[in-house]
Design a protein around this ligand. Structure first.
Ligand code: 13P
Length: 255
C-alpha cells in the first residue's frame, strides 16, 4: 500500500545558517523515527548541501528535495540547475510545477513534463504539483482543469515503481492564504486524479502513486485530510518552517 508522505516546501525562506538550524531542530524532533511515514524537506537550492550534511551527521529520518530543476544535462542555461547536480548533493526528490513557478515564472505543463522525465532519468522522485485558481474553482470547472494538467504533466512518462512519482494537489486559492480546502474538497479532486491515473497507467500503478494535499495545511487540520481515501499526505509550506509544528504533522500522519 501507499506510504504516507509529509513534505515541507521551505520556498524562498531561510539563509544557509537558518536552514541548518531548522534541519537540526527537525532531526531532534524526529529522533524517535517517523514510523511508516516518508518525510521530505525542500530547502532553497543553495542550502541543499548543508541540509544534506545535517541529515547525514544526525542520521535524520527525512529525505532531501529540491524545489526546481532544469531538464537539460548541462550547458549555457544561466541560473539553472541540472538533475545530476541535485543528485550529487543528495537530493532524492524534486518539487516541479508549483503554482508559484507556473504563475511567476511562466512554467507550462510541457515544461513540467520535461522536468519529470529528466528527474526520473536520474532516479530523482518528482513531486509534481497541480491545482486550480480561485476563478476556476468559482466557475466549477476545477476537476476538469486539474485532470487536464495531470494528463499533460504525465504524458509519455514510464512509471515502473509508483512510489517514485508523487503528485501534490494544491488549490492556488488555499496557498499561504490561511484558507484551506475542506477535506471533502481535497478528496473530490484527489479522487479524480486517481481515476485519471488509472486510465493512464492502469489500476496497479495508479494505486501506488502518492497524492498529497497542499494549501494552508497545518498541525490542526492535517488529520482531517489524511482520513480521505485518496489523500496520502501533505505538501506543507508555511507550517514546515517551524521544526516542532512540522514534526507534529509527521506524528499525526504516523497515528
Ligand atoms: P502553505 O502551506 O504555506 O499554504 O503553502 C502550501 C504550498 O504551496 C506548499 O508547496
Amino acid at each position: 500500500m501507499r506510504k504516507r508522505m509529509i513534505a515541507g516546501n521551505w520556498k524562498m525562506n531561510k539563509t544557509f545558517s537558518e536552514a541548518i538550524v531548522l534541519a537540526q531542530g527537525l532531526a531532534k524532533e524526529l529522533e524517535g523515527g517517523t514510523g511508516d511515514v516518508d518525510v521530505v524537506v525542500a530547502p532553497p537550492a543553495v542550502n541543499l548541501k548543508g541540509v544534506a550534511e545535517v541529515i547525514e551527521k544526525e542520521e535524520a529520518p527525512f529525505a532531501l528535495s529540491a524545489q526546481n530543476v532544469y531538464w537539460e544535462e548541462a550547458g549555457a542555461y544561466t541560473g539553472e540547475t541540472a538533475p545530476n547536480m541535485l543528485e550529487a548533493v543528495g537530493a532524492t526528490y524534486c518539487i516541479i510545477g508549483h503554482s508559484e513557478r507556473r504563475d511567476y515564472f511562466g512554467e507550462t505543463d510541457e515544461d513540467i513534463n520535461k522536468k519529470a522525465k529528466a528527474l526520473m532519468a536520474h532516479g530523482i522522485v518528482p513531486i509534481s504539483c497541480c491545482g486550480e485558481s480561485l476563478e476556476i474553482r468559482e466557475a466549477g470547472t476545477h476537476v476538469e482543469f486539474v485532470v487536464d494538467q495531470i494528463k499533460k504533466d504525465t504524458a509519455g512518462l514510464e512509471i515502473t515503481d509508483p512510489s517514485k512519482y508523487v503528485i501534490a494537489y494544491e488549490p492556488i486559492w488555499a496557498i499561504g492564504t490561511g484558507k484551506t480546502a475542506t477535506a471533502d474538497d481535497a478528496q473530490e479532486v484527489c479522487g479524480a486524479i486517481r481515476k485519471t491515473l488509472v486510465e493512464i497507467f492502469g489500476e496497479e500503478t495508479a494505486a501506488g502513486i502518492r497524492i498529497l494535499y497542499g494549501g494552508s495545511a497545518n498541525p490542526s487540520n492535517i488529520a482531517g485530510f489524511l482520513e480521505k481515501e485518496d489523500v496520502d499526505g501533505a505538501l506543507v509550506g508555511g507550517a514546515s518552517l517551524k521544526a516542532d509544528g512540522f514534526a507534529d504533522m509527521v506524528h499525526s500522519a504516523m497515528a
